[in-house]
Design a protein around this ligand. Structure first.
Ligand code: ATP
Length: 484
């Protein structure tokens, strides 16, 4: 049977990857904590992304900007005025929905029932109404399409209201002095406001990029699907500053580079696809999503956007600080330097938690093994060794005759390079299973022969095959597989 999201959520919790936030108080909706294994896997993903950006490119550097920013930032970026979702409530169930998602669901239903044109038409009409700000029209469309609340079964809908997704709080200890401040809904703006700081102090020449990993906050109306849609999450964003007119070339380059990254972390090509945006956000002149096939369908994991000079230009207007760059390269058309301009920006933006979920879903494997009476399901995480929380587990076959000491020595010799654990509890089969469930690629067993000739068995997670190797070879063997 196909893996369900419930299988994934259950496994993530049971084996220390992801816990509901404040679980002893029954949790907090759409907020999650990463456990002892989850944090390792997520850190590995973040490190790979950071390296892919800042180490494998000459001209990309990183920053770490604060979560709080001057409130005008969000005026300039457009978030105060238009970072909204249309919401609607059902009066009988008292449940709240995103009006656009209700209509999208209906459109998907048409498509599934062999009427894709009807689905397209509906989406088109919804886009038209939302663009025109006709919220009453959106409500009427929901009713005329016969959309009912799945819980109450009625169409007793309230009016549609726009709901701003930004969280706000107050800074300042005295009420009179306090001023409203937002928790950033994206990390990108921290990069835009530091564009000139980095350009000048780093003597960066266009084209160049600034990368950042950090928390972002959105008061999502409907937050389901585990770490796919959270209210507090992490983004990995990179803004690439280019000369106007060259943005499409860079947009295509980054689109392809980013697709290769997702393949490199182990997501299979057939479960990845591009989804080109036809309807563009106010700041973009081209946009594409990379989608992954989750158990609940193809959904966005990363967006690549050509954002023009929208952000820098608005920051220049609101801050009254020039956001220009002087380009002294010679324009072959005029024979003169390109001179001053506000750069265009190509952005790549991926959610660390969504990528985590994609990688986790993809790794989760159930295999039927054995014959007849002995048949059982073997569950393991087929993670790329570079991502695995633990790279190797070392087991003494028995807890006596110097085998534990020998195993501990091996752990000591490996631990400065890899995350390695020592395990002596339970039968060896059980120890293998425990490591399979968290995705450890290698289990190293120390037995009586080890004491004689310094060889151990390595058992490989995916094949369960075992081979005998010399202790001196372990570092190279593990090192080979865990590098990317
Ligand atoms: P969606 O349409 O799914 O809400 P979005 O188009 O608003 O996503 P962007 O604003 O482009 O998303 O954000 C870039 C990336 O940040 C997304 O591709 C996603 O990986 C991640 N992201 C956005 N919102 C969330 C969230 N609520 N929880 C987890 N990750 C998120």
């Amino acid at each position: 049977p196909a893996t369900s999201l419930q299988d994934i959520i259950g496994h993530a919790k049971e084996y220390g990857f992801v816990f509901p936030s404040s679980e002893i108080y029954d949790g907090l909706q759409a907020v999650y904590d990463y456990g002892q294994n989850g944090v390792e896997l997520k850190n590995n993903l973040k490190t790979l992304w950071w390296k892919a950006m800042t180490q494998l490119n000459d001209n990309v550097v990183g920053i770490d900007a604060a979560i709080f920013m001057h409130p005008l930032t969000w005026k300039a970026s457009g978030h105060v005025d238009s970072f909204n979702d249309p919401m609607i409530d059902n009066r009988d169930s008292k449940k709240r929905y995103r009006a656009d998602q209700l209509l999208e669901g209906k459109a998907e239903e048409y498509t599934a029932n062999g009427q894709p044109e009807k689905g397209q038409e509906l989406l088109h009409e919804m886009g038209r109404l939302l663009d025109a700000g006709d919220l009453n029209g959106v409500r009427e469309l929901i009713i005329s399409e016969g959309i009912k609340d799945p819980i109450s079964g009625t169409d007793n809908w309230t009016e549609v209201r726009q709901f701003n997704l930004m969280f706000s709080t107050q800074v300042g200890s005295v009420a009179e002095d306090a001023s409203l401040i937002y928790l950033r809904p994206e990390t990108a703006q921290g990069i835009f406001v530091n564009f000139l700081n980095v350009q000048k102090t780093g003597r960066m020449k266009v084209p160049f990029g600034i990368a950042q990993i950090g928390k972002a906050f959105r008061n999502e109306i409907v937050a389901r699907q585990f770490t796919f849609r959270m209210r507090e999450f992490e983004q990995m964003e990179m803004q690439f500053f280019v000369r106007p007119g060259t943005e499409m070339e860079w947009y295509e380059r980054w689109r392809d580079t980013r697709m290769r990254f997702h393949q490199a972390v182990g997501l299979p090509t057939e479960k990845l696809k591009f989804h080109i945006h036809e309807k563009l956000a106010h700041y973009a002149n081209a946009a594409v999503d990379i989608e992954y096939q989750f158990p609940f369908g193809f959904r966005e994991i990363e967006g690549i956007h050509s954002r023009t000079d929208f952000d820098l230009k608005s920051h220049q207007e609101l801050s009254r600080k020039k956001q220009q760059y002087f380009d002294n390269d010679v324009d072959p058309a005029t024979g003169k330097p390109y001179g001053n301009y506000i750069p265009y920006v190509v952005e790549t933006s991926v959610g660390a938690d969504r990528l985590f979920l994609a990688v986790f879903c993809n790794a989760y494997t159930e295999e039927v093994v054995g014959e007849g009476e002995d048949q059982k399901t073997r569950t393991y995480l087929k993670l790329h060794p570079a991502l695995a929380p633990i790279k190797a587990a070392v087991f003494p076959l028995v807890r006596k005759d110097g085998l534990p000491d020998k195993a501990e020595q091996i752990v000591k010799s490996l631990r400065s390079e890899f995350r390695v654990v020592y395990e002596e509890r339970d039968a060896i089969g059980k120890r293998y299973t425990r490591q399979d469930l968290i995705g450890t690629p290698f289990c190293i067993a120390v037995d009586y022969q080890t004491l004689e000739d310094d060889t151990v068995t390595i058992r490989h997670r995916d094949t369960t095959q075992q081979e005998r190797v010399h202790i001196n070879e372990l570092k190279a063997r593990i090192g080979h597989d865990v590098s990317m």
